[in-house]
Design a protein around this ligand. Structure first.
Ligand code: SF4
Length: 146
């Protein structure tokens, strides 16, 4: 039986990105051969539409570029993913780097000036607390190695 893995849906080619596009990674096809994929987009699961205004994290809140507080939506989506991970006993996730939901190592600084800082998106942070192994799109080879 294939091992289960959470994958940011935009990396699979779903047009769930804020601008209505995706972040498709060709190598994800090899991941599909090896793993049982569970696609998630926390922002859509949290009730936000696509396309939507971009959001960034500032002082623990998530704000859209128009100043709307979407923290509750981000938390709702993250909790949905958390429940899925628990229910399906999933141990690994591939999450899109730098996203305010999915970023594993970096997020934008909240000034909407394309400045990256160290930090995690809301969903990545929640999964990290559960000791889920998180990989970003540049680390797919690690999942294909053995
Ligand atoms: S929230 Fe995550 S899955 Fe959804 S579009 Fe953004 S990076 Fe991709």
């Amino acid at each position: 039986m294939k091992e289960k893995i959470i994958v940011s849906s935009c990396l699979l080619g779903y047009n769930t990105k804020y601008n209505g596009k995706n972040n498709y990674q060709e190598k994800i096809e090899l991941i599909k051969e090896k793993y049982a994929i569970y696609p998630v987009c926390p922002e859509v699961l949290g009730g936000l539409s696509t396309p939507r205004d971009p959001s960034e994290i500032k002082d623990g809140r998530v704000l859209s570029s128009k100043g709307l507080d979407v923290t509750a939506n981000f938390n709702k989506g993250a909790n949905f993913v958390l429940e899925l991970v628990k229910k399906e006993k999933i141990k690994k996730a591939i999450l899109k780097e730098s996203s305010p939901s999915c970023g594993k190592n970096h997020i934008y600084d909240g000034s909407f000036s394309k400045k990256l800082i160290s930090g995690q998106g809301v969903t990545a942070s929640l999964l990290n607390q559960l000791d889920i192994e998180i990989y970003n799109e540049d680390e797919l080879d690690l999942l294909l190695a053995n």
